[in-house]
Ligand binder design. Structure first.
Ligand code: PGA
Length: 241
């Protein structure tokens, strides 16, 4: 894995935004896997600025988001559907019909997961997949376990993840207990994985990520097996390396 240690969150975001903008400039029909959470907010802000400056054009880009809470209404301001529109999609010229996010309102979540994988496979996977990492080592909502799903799946969130995400909700009770998440296959078929990591709270999991071992108990560690991963992290996240 290629590692870029940045002086701060701002620099991490600029580098990530620039890599994404270059990808889209070189291949206007890029398929981008987007992620949510606090970490990529700065990247999306910088991408909006690059778009405003005319540097990047999203008109041919297709988006596949990594995950979504389940169940959740799309108009809930904590849904990832809402997050992506608020942080990026409403501010650039990406076409609504090219946006794909697992549907947290689906009547049959298992059918929704199968539909999502079929559609992603029809595009041949993503050109770039943006990822964050949870303190548990989760990627998407693939939490530590003895086995990890290959397919897009309905999964139970761990208590640690519910607690981490409670800050966005009125209380921990309101955090959905499940999510639809791209599985390991969806993530690994990406041609280039861009893993963004910020802050001291992630320092331990970053140390484990670069320990030289892989384990399903730290799903992100499996990224060591992918041939094209760029980890962009700030110096707080890198403090135990
Ligand atoms: P965060 O979440 O960016 O809000 O820390 C990352 C993740 O859980 O993947």
């Amino acid at each position: 894995m290629k590692k870029i240690i940045c002086k701060d969150y701002e620099e991490m975001s600029s580098i990530a935004a620039f890599i994404l903008a270059e990808q889209i400039r070189n291949k206007p029909q890029s398929v981008i896997g987007f992620a949510t959470g606090s970490t990529p907010v700065g990247t999306y802000k910088q991408l909006r600025e690059l778009y405003d400056q005319g540097y990047v054009d999203f008109s041919e880009v297709t988006a596949f988001n990594l995950d979504e809470y389940f169940p959740i209404r799309q108009d809930n301001d904590q849904s990832y559907y809402y997050f992506m529109r608020d942080n990026l999609f409403n501010h650039v010229n990406i076409k609504p019909e090219k946006l794909n996010i697992p549907n947290g309102e689906a009547a049959d979540p298992h059918a929704e997961c199968a539909r999502y994988d079929e559609k992603m496979a029809a595009y041949g996977g993503t050109d770039v997949q943006i990822l964050g990492i949870g303190r548990t080592g989760h990627i998407g909502f693939n939490e530590p376990d003895t086995q990890l799903p290959l397919a897009t799946n309905l999964v139970d969130l761990t208590q640690k993840t519910i607690d981490d995400n409670a800050r966005f909700f009125a209380s921990a009770d309101e955090v959905p207990r499940q999510a639809l998440t791209m599985g390991l296959n969806g993530i690994f078929t990406s041609k280039h994985i861009l893993l963004l990591i910020s802050g001291e709270a992630k320092a331990e999991i970053v140390r484990d990520l670069f320990s030289g071992f892989v384990t399903t108990q730290n799903p992100a560690s499996l990224l060591n097996l992918h041939s094209n991963v760029t980890v962009i992290l700030d110096k707080e996240a890198a403090s135990l390396l």
